[in-house]
Design a protein around this ligand. Structure first.
Ligand code: HEC
Length: 142
């Protein structure tokens, strides 16, 4: 037992070093049609949503370290696929309407930003006033 523990420890360190080789691409593609909304709405969306729902992601240092990097990259890729504010202007009015409705629902129910996000980005923990602002904004005709 005395000899086994250091070996396990070394094995874990080696595994941690090895998985660093797998680096998913973390890209910020060009912004083609950034959302245009009132400044107070933009302020909330930028601080609470843009890291996952735009092409202006601020990739934090821990997003470079596997296995966290794999999870963060997956969230951003899936988030952009669902809703990308960087390609908002110029997208179909029907799609905008659908997305506005989803935004209202997700923010109203406290489902977005994703639960894992605010503890690491305290400014993204929305106040009731900020939630109401986004929900009211989402009711507009696109
Ligand atoms: C940490 C990353 C992250 C943040 C921050 C984030 N989202 Fe998301 N969002 C996702 C992911 C991943 C999905 C797709 C999977 C899902 O629906 O849970 C998603 C899905 C959505 C959807 C589509 C849901 C549906 O009905 O299919 C909407 C709308 C949305 N997010 C709005 C927002 C808004 C508004 C904010 C900011 C207040 C926000 N998100 C913040 C990661 C994020």
């Amino acid at each position: 037992m005395k000899k086994l523990l250091p070996k396990i420890g070394l094995g874990l360190v080696a595994a941690f070093v090895l998985i660093q080789v797998i680096r998913p691409a973390q890209t910020n593609p060009p912004v083609t049609g950034d959302l245009k909304a009132p400044p107070e709405v933009m302020r909330v969306l930028r601080k609470a949503c843009y890291d996952c729902h735009s092409n202006e992601t601020k990739w934090p240092w821990y997003a470079q370290v596997a296995p966290v990097s794999w999870l963060v990259t997956r969230d951003v890729n899936e988030g952009r696929k669902e809703l990308n504010f960087s390609a908002w202007e110029g997208s179909e009015p029907g799609r905008k309407l659908k997305k506005l409705k989803e935004i209202g629902e997700e923010v109203g129910e406290g489902e977005m930003p994703m639960a894992i996000y605010p503890p690491l980005h305290p400014e993204a923990k929305l106040t009731d006033a900020e939630k109401t602002l986004i929900v009211e904004w989402s009711k507009q005709a696109p």
